[in-house]
Write a protein that binds this ligand. Structure first.
Ligand code: SAM
Length: 199
């Protein structure tokens, strides 16, 4: 692991916590939802761009925090009517790695205070592509959250996942500041080294 990625993380307990995902309707654990609460309260984004909607649990949770949400998914079949009909949620169907989809999102968020959450395909190449396409949308002082770096310790994924993209795209880049205070709120997370503030 890259030296800069020394983690305030209990890997064993975090792996056990995977079964607790689903807190407050999102595919997340309560510790990470509290991190999101802290970040949203501190930075007051107007809009969150979320790659990976699934059924819309996290989009609804973000919208309940008083933030507009643009949520993208390649497969629209699972998303619930409550998310589709929510006045603060815009649902886009398409591949988040498609530059045309990213251009559509860029147009929708223009002039707004933007936070981005990456929670779709967790392969390193896909996350790198998303960082390239959506990272530049994040407003100064707002956050890019790269989810599920915990995959590095899951044998099924052979150690590959979002942390590889974090290492290649975010570590030691002057425009991105890793937030160790947010990470350090708890030793348990699905998103080690996942909380990055745009300088
Ligand atoms: C982990 S789920 C999202 C969970 C949701 N954010 C939550 O916390 O409630 C991942 C989603 O990413 C979607 N996905 C996978 N590959 C994608 C791609 N290339 N573009 C957009 N969405 C994709 C899947 O269809 C799936 O619904």
């Amino acid at each position: 692991m890259h030296d800069a990625l020394t983690l305030p993380l209990d890997v064993e307990e975090s792996l056990k916590a995977i079964t607790r995902q689903g807190a407050e309707g999102a595919i997340k654990i309560w510790e990470d939802l509290n991190r999101y609460r802290a970040v949203i309260q501190a930075t007051t984004p107007d809009v969150i761009v979320e790659c990976g909607s699934w059924y819309g649990g996290s989009a609804l949770w973000f919208a309940e925090r008083g933030v507009d949400v643009i949520t993208l998914d390649v497969d629209a079949r699972n998303i619930v009517q409550a998310a589709i009909n929510h006045p603060a949620i815009t649902v886009i169907t398409g591949n988040s790695a498609d530059p045309d989809i990213a251009a559509q999102v860029a147009e929708l968020v223009e002039g707004r205070r933007v936070m981005v959450v990456l929670d779709s395909d967790h392969s390193p190449e896909h996350v790198e592509r998303e960082i390239d396409l959506y990272g530049s949308l994040v407003s100064s002082g707002c956050y890019l959250v790269v989810e599920d770096g915990i995959q590095r310790w899951m044998t099924y994924f052979a150690g590959l996942g979002p942390l590889d993209a974090i290492e290649s795209r975010l570590v030691q880049r002057s425009e991105w500041v890793r937030d160790l205070l947010v990470e350090g709120m708890y030793p348990i997370t699905m998103h080690p080294a996942g909380w990055w503030r745009h300088a």
